[in-house]
Design a binder for this molecule. Sequence first.
Ligand SMILES: *Cc1c(COP(=O)(O)O)cnc(C)c1O
Length: 366
Amino acid sequence: MEFIDLKSQYRAMRSEINSRIQAVLEHGQYILGPEVRDLEQRLAAYANSRHCVTVASGTEALLIALMAHGIGPGDEVITTPFSFVATAEVIVLVGARPVFVDVEPDTANLDATLLDAAISERTKAIMPVGLYGQPADMDEISAIAARRGPIAVIEDAAQSFGASYHGRRSGALSAMGCTSFFPSKPLGCYGDGGAIFTDDATLAQACSEIRVHGQSARYLHTRIGVGGRMDTLQCAVLLGKLTRFDWEIARRIELGNRYGEAIRASGARVGLLAVRPGRSCVWAQYTVLVENRDAVQDKLKRAGIPTAVHYPRPLHRQPAYEPLCDARPMPVSESLASQVISLPMSADLTESQQDAVVAALARATS
Ligand SMILES: *Cc1c(COP(=O)(O)O)cnc(C)c1O
């Protein structure tokens, strides 16, 4: 069994993907070719966002988003310590200071009730993450940002693209959203890729200039930028993958529900995360909580079940970040970091594979 089954996914869409890759090889516009614009239009329509700018990766999307907002030295950006490192990394890269706010114990997402106390006159942005595939409480976070602002809310939808939140789509739940097309994400290409979503034409223009070295016209550099384009080939791969994306998202949600029911019925001693009413979770990882994680992981490995830990050490406890933040304790993140374990998950996971995982999990936790 694979932790994420990308090969079955490729086999299901092989001709669609191959012909689109072939078309790029033939037309030869490898950088900013027609597939780039085509993908941006389709993703904007999917997310119901006015603008979409594709970029080189999810990390680049977050970095460019901060740059487009002019965030830099002297500024503070609030985010969760319980995320992939990129969320905090980009804050430091633009010269701002990351301010961590602890997460909710049952969703592992930023706890909006702790935001007010963390906001200062230096706060320029809040970056909530839709961890494991469920959007954070974006309306509440945006309301607090508006009341205490102007503070930009930049959603990190790297894991939650495809999820919904009260009828809207993750990536388009605040003034700006970013996602990643890393192969293992819910919508993944065959290399690196990412996208930025916004309804604001000025910010969209800024993002598209920053991704090509701050160019506003050929060799006219009106702002500081980066080399941050997404390859035409990777855009072509995603155009192929979009043909099955709605089915995949529905299947992920179904498999997530099925995991929950089967784990409850199995009597496994496992804690389940909550999905809030009005939201869906696309389970970029199907993550549960266990005691004695190392032993459980080892037993699962011996039963042939691959697992992973997202994430074993919260960001405020990482050696590179500890000196940069005030290192206040984040008890919920620290407790989750010691208990979380992610089980095999992808739209192509079969029900019999899933049953085998749950049976092994029940044995490993008994
Ligand atoms: C994957 C991920 C990123 C970074 O995306 P890349 O495309 O790998 O650069 C950022 N934030 C979160 C929450 C992620 O899961």
